[in-house]
Design a protein around this ligand. Structure first.
Ligand code: FES
Length: 169
């Protein structure tokens, strides 16, 4: 008889119970303390490597983000408005949306007003019926030359510099 006295369910030993038959694989699965420690260390190593790769991944994404700066892409402050003959008398608003200016042509002169309220920077609206610029934010009013005359605006609106290229004719 072998040392292992457990009964096996074999054709030659039909009386052996199934519980006794499954006892051997369970005994084979029993792990030594060294194997258990190896399993624990393996789990710990996975956690450490996950932290390291996560840290490197986040830093790599930040490095890539560096090449896409959060810049404001505002319109160029120097632009061509064409010739004075292109404008009729009065306030021209064709550059209001693109460059935030009004071109004002009078019989003897032409000038450009920067459409920015000098109170808190809103964009005033041109009111042709009242012949004035009116700021919708706090009610400042400017005359057709951009001079403030009502509301909290502390000074007239700024004028744009006309380059010599655009000569008045
Ligand atoms: S921003 Fe125009 S009145 Fe205040």
């Amino acid at each position: 008889m072998p040392e292992n006295s457990e009964a096996k369910a074999t054709p030659s030993n039909p009386g052996a119970t199934p519980a006794a038959a499954s006892a051997k694989p369970a005994a084979a699965k029993a792990e030594t303390p060294t194997q258990v420690n190896q399993q624990i260390n393996k789990g710990r190593r996975r956690v450490v490597w996950a932290c390291i790769w996560g840290y490197l991944g986040v830093n790599f994404l930040m490095f890539l983000r560096f090449f896409f700066p959060r810049a404001l892409y505002e319109p160029n402050t120097q632009f061509n408005i064409g010739y004075p003959a292109d404008f009729g008398l009065g306030i021209d608003q064709r550059y209001l949306m693109t460059n935030r200016v009004w071109v004002v042509k009078e019989p003897d002169r032409l000038f450009v007003i920067f459409a920015r309220c000098t109170h808190f920077g809103c964009t005033p609206e041109w009111k042709p019926a009242e012949n004035k610029f009116k700021c919708p934010c706090h009610g400042s009013g400017y005359d057709s030359e951009g001079m403030n005359f009502e509301g909290p605006a502390p000074r007239p609106m700024d004028r744009a510099l006309l380059a010599p290229l655009v000569a008045f004719n």
